[in-house]
Write a protein that binds this ligand. Structure first.
Ligand SMILES: [Zn+2]
Length: 192
């Protein structure tokens, strides 16, 4: 039976490189993979999905209104898919996560979602909350804090490196950046 997977982590845990490596492995065996990423993410100059270690690939983009179930099913009818991989899966709507579940259950296509667990305030993203709720398999990818412990939090910093405590969950067009940290050091930076 096809499964819905959620590979979750903080920033800089290698989610995109993990995804691209898995896609490469499928391709090597002649199996077709459909890649997706959020329309919101325009970081990459080289492809829709790019990893910090230099791998990149083109991908379909989803936005709020995208029917992922219909788009994948159509592609699957034209050219049989081994699986679907979705980067930035924290930006999926709850409906879209259910669509991913239906792809596994009804169309028999495995769906591998890669995304952040929480935002810069430690709140679950809606897509991540639903994936944590209904995915068949949860896999944590680990990033490391500067102290060597597992980083589970994402500290948002401004251009001067100062910690930011308040703001929108996703600052569209913002130049903010993030540091993956353990909870103890996240709190120290935020209160320091
Ligand atoms: Zn730490």
């Amino acid at each position: 039976m096809a499964k819905l997977y959620f590979y979750y982590a903080s920033m800089n845990a290698g989610k995109s490189s993990n995804l691209l490596q898995a896609a490469f492995n499928y391709g090597e065996r002649g199996m077709k993979v459909m890649l997706w990423t959020a329309a919101i993410d325009d970081r990459s100059l080289f492809g829709a999905i790019a990893s910090r270690i230099g791998l990149n690939a083109d991908a379909h983009r989803f936005h709020d209104a995208t029917n992922i179930f219909a788009a994948v099913q159509q592609a699957h009818e034209e050219n049989e898919l081994a699986c679907v991989m979705i980067d930035e899966a924290q930006f999926l709507s709850e409906d879209q996560v259910w669509q991913c579940a239906r792809l596994a259950d009804e169309a028999g296509i495995a769906v591998l979602c890669y995304g952040l667990r929480t935002d810069f305030q430690g709140n679950l993203f809606p897509g991540s909350a639903k994936l944590l709720g209904i995915a068949d398999s949860l896999v944590e990818l680990k990033a490391v804090c500067e102290c060597g412990r597992k980083a589970t939090m994402n500290l948002r910093i401004d251009s001067s490196g100062k910690a930011i405590a308040a703001g929108e969950q996703t600052e569209i067009g913002g130049n903010e950046s993030y540091i993956a940290m353990c909870r103890k050091h996240f709190m120290e930076r935020l209160n320091g």
